[in-house]
Design a protein around this ligand. Sequence first.
Ligand code: CP
Ligand code: NVA
Length: 301
Amino acid sequence: MTRHFLSLLDLSSDELLALIRRATELKRMQHRSDIHTPLKGKNLGMIFEKSSTRTRVSFEVGMSQLGGHALFLSPRDTQLGRGEPIEDSARVLSRMLDIIMIRTYDHTALELFAAHSRVPVINALTDLLHPCQLLADMQTYFEHRGDIRGKRVAWIGDGNNMCHSYINAARRFGFHLNIACPEGYDPDKAILETAEEQAVIVRDPLQAAENVDLVVTDVWASMGQEEEQKQREKAFARYQVNDALMAGAADDALFFHCLPAHRGEEVSASVIDGENSVVWDEAENRLHSQKALLEFLLLGR
Ligand code: CP
Ligand code: NVA
């Protein structure tokens, strides 16, 4: 059976933990300049319907480091953008490629593609989920602080794709998640309910961050919501991660942001550029954790 990675929940807790251990091993190997090319002759197709810096570069470089090749496919210059049915595109592409990564809007379009693909499909962000980012985030937490099981995490801001993936991560990795979002910007109810008491909404951002081990935020307006920017700036004004908020968290609390960040909006410059912030390690770990994911899906280990 072809394994896909559309959600963190597609892997068991044990598989995710092993993947993160492997990511740290691959990082060490890369920093030593070891040559490790188990994916020689393998081709990754990368379909991007939305912009990307980190995801594109980490997948493309990761594939190259593993001895394989990556192709960038944009709907603007393929038949994907001219209405060729998703099912047909999946059938054709999966007869030529060994693995496919997709960044798109509608999560159900990604699921439809995967259902008609012979090869593994990776979710590189949809409006619903961003599971690849969570691999890097969990790797970063483990590398700085050890196991996240039993720790307390605060999500501050929009109940968006990243927030949904944090809810899934709370289930798989066993941490507690406080979600501080303004009314009207809650995460998907069905996703939240699956986590039961492991993830809860705490409206007040200061209360949500009290004594937590990790504070995480993301942009107030995600890709596709640009026209809501002004309205969201008003709604989220009290939800900035700044020194006052970090002061209530544990002394050694880490700060994460998937990036790109907007200093002065969701996070103050003092926090993102301060000593609790590990956002550059987090960004680098996109490379190592996705190499571990590519090995897992293509080699079964
Ligand atoms: N964090 C993240 O996915 O970044 P990009 O949009 O640059 O890929
Ligand atoms: N929530 C953001 C994440 C960007 C990596 C977005 O979807 O635009």
